[in-house]
Write a protein that binds this ligand. Structure first.
Ligand SMILES: [Zn+2]
Length: 145
């Protein structure tokens, strides 16, 4: 018996949705247990289709800020720039992941969409908290040393 792509319950019906399957769009088979979860799957795939490009661009910009800005800030030994370039990209990454909780197709398949959205959103919040802890740590270090 196939399982609902959203919640993992036994499912009888399926539909084809054109959405991202890895790097490119494809017709993907989704199973659903009820009309409500059919709608949830549609809502999710619409959101992915609409925001996938934005998500990737934001992640790339964020990684650039992190991988270029931070080493420069540390090499010129500027505390405030170091703080900005390590904390802001970290918090931004958490925010992006929380706002666009797009897991890989495999994660969605094994966790089911409902759970993988939840896990990805929590991961985003954890990354934001890490950013805040880094900021506090750096400020504390600056004050003490
Ligand atoms: Zn379901």
């Amino acid at each position: 018996m196939p399982k609902c792509s959203f919640c993992g319950a036994e499912a009888n019906e399926s539909m084809l949705v054109n959405t991202y399957n890895g790097g490119s769009k494809d017709d993907v088979h989704f199973y659903y247990c009820c009309e409500e979860h059919k709608n949830e799957i549609k809502k999710y795939t619409d959101y992915v289709n609409k925001n996938a490009t934005k998500f990737i661009v934001l992640i790339l910009i964020d990684m650039l800020l992190f991988s270029i800005g931070m080493p420069i800030a540390f090499s010129i030994n500027n505390f405030y720039l170091s703080l900005i370039f390590s904390v802001i990209p970290t918090i931004a990454l958490g925010y992006i992941i929380n706002k666009y909780p797009f897991a890989t197709p495999n994660t969605n398949k094994s966790f089911k969409i409902e759970k993988s959205i939840r896990v990805t959103k929590i991961l985003g919040v954890i990354i934001i908290l890490i950013g805040i802890i880094i900021a506090l740590g750096m400020i504390l270090y600056k004050v003490i040393v």
